[in-house]
Design a protein around this ligand. Structure first.
Ligand SMILES: NC(=O)c1ccc[n+]([C@@H]2O[C@H](COP(=O)([O-])OP(=O)(O)OC[C@H]3O[C@@H](n4cnc5c(N)ncnc54)[C@H](OP(=O)(O)O)[C@@H]3O)[C@@H](O)[C@H]2O)c1
Length: 267
């Protein structure tokens, strides 16, 4: 692990750890938490990219870790221990799309998506829970998706992993309340990033407005930490869609089967 600016470190800045901080939503959340006064441990595989991002973030630290590696969680815990062993905020953000019908990608395709989107979040949280409890009141943020409430064709593996996250988050929230660890679920809608370019939606004026900004997800993260509420859609109006799926499931099923709503093979 390296420290971007060794002169600006603990104890002035409480520690936050963000996975998937080398691009997209994780990078935006890390920037926002730094602006809010945290010293952020940036986690992803690409060390050089993280180093470049850390140069702009006072008090940031870099931990180049593959979350799928057997020793990934232990490396996260070691990074936190080296900085005092108390973690105020964990943002479980790293994730992939993994598109295809069930007939195309099969069980192995589902397992590949679950390994990062679900298992890695549990493994990171297990390793860091002692540090979160030691720093209580603290927060775990779980980056899920609107796809964790509404499943689209060719995104079954992704949706299943996010539905699973939502169930785990609800249980963990109830379990950890007594220990002062808040659990907040972020449900982003469509946001254009490296891994999720949203090319089909951006290509048409009729659907371009559906695509939001990473900063809106960072705002949701800051909101959940501040208010300790259970969940937040990002942008917030996506809540209407997840309420609609409960009230009018057949209408929503028709809408999500439209060609522009089906994710491309690149996501
Ligand atoms: N963008 C959207 O529309 C959208 C909507 C809803 C939910 N989300 C969720 O938001 C989260 C972030 O997505 P994003 O849009 O920001 O995607 P992104 O730009 O592709 O970022 C994914 C991040 O995960 C990291 N990562 C991938 N595999 C990893 C591994 N094995 N170990 C450690 N880090 C790994 C990547 O860094 P390295 O390659 O450097 O490792 C990268 O920083 C995901 O959970 C996604 O499901 C996104």
């Amino acid at each position: 692990m390296t420290t971007a600016d060794p002169s600006v470190v603990l104890p002035e800045r409480p520690l936050a750890l963000v996975t998937g901080a080398s691009s997209g939503l994780g990078k935006a959340i890390a920037q926002r938490l730094t602006a809010d006064g945290y010293g952020v441990i940036l986690v992803a595989r690409r060390a050089e990219v993280l180093q470049e991002i850390a140069k702009e973030l006072p008090g940031a630290h870099v931990a180049a870790v593959d979350l799928l590696a057997p020793d990934g969680p232990a490396k996260l815990a070691a990074a936190v221990d080296a900085l005092g062993g108390k973690l105020k905020v964990l943002v479980n953000n790293a994730g992939i799309g993994g598109r295809g019908t069930f007939a195309d990608i099969g069980v192995e395709g589902y397992k590949r998506v679950f390994a990062l989107n679900f298992d890695a979040q549990l493994r990171a949280t297990e390793a860091l829970l002692p540090a979160l409890r030691a720093a209580s009141p603290s927060s775990v943020l779980i980056v899920s998706s609107v796809s964790g409430k509404i499943a689209r064709p060719k995104a079954g593996a992704y949706s299943a992993s996010k539905f699973a996250l939502n169930g785990w988050a609800d249980a963990l929230r109830a379990e950890e309340a007594a220990h002062g660890v808040h659990v907040g679920t972020i449900l982003p809608g469509f946001i254009a990033t490296e891994g999720f370019p949203q090319a089909e939606l951006l290509a048409k004026r009729a659907t371009r407005w559906l695509v939001g900004e990473p900063s809106q997800v960072a705002d949701a993260a800051a909101y959940l930490i501040r208010t300790r509420r259970p969940e937040r859609h990002a942008p917030a109006p996506w809540r209407i869609a997840t309420v609609a799926v409960a009230l009018a499931p057949r209408l929503v099923a028709r809408l999500i089967s439209r060609p522009e709503m089906v994710p491309s093979a690149t996501e």
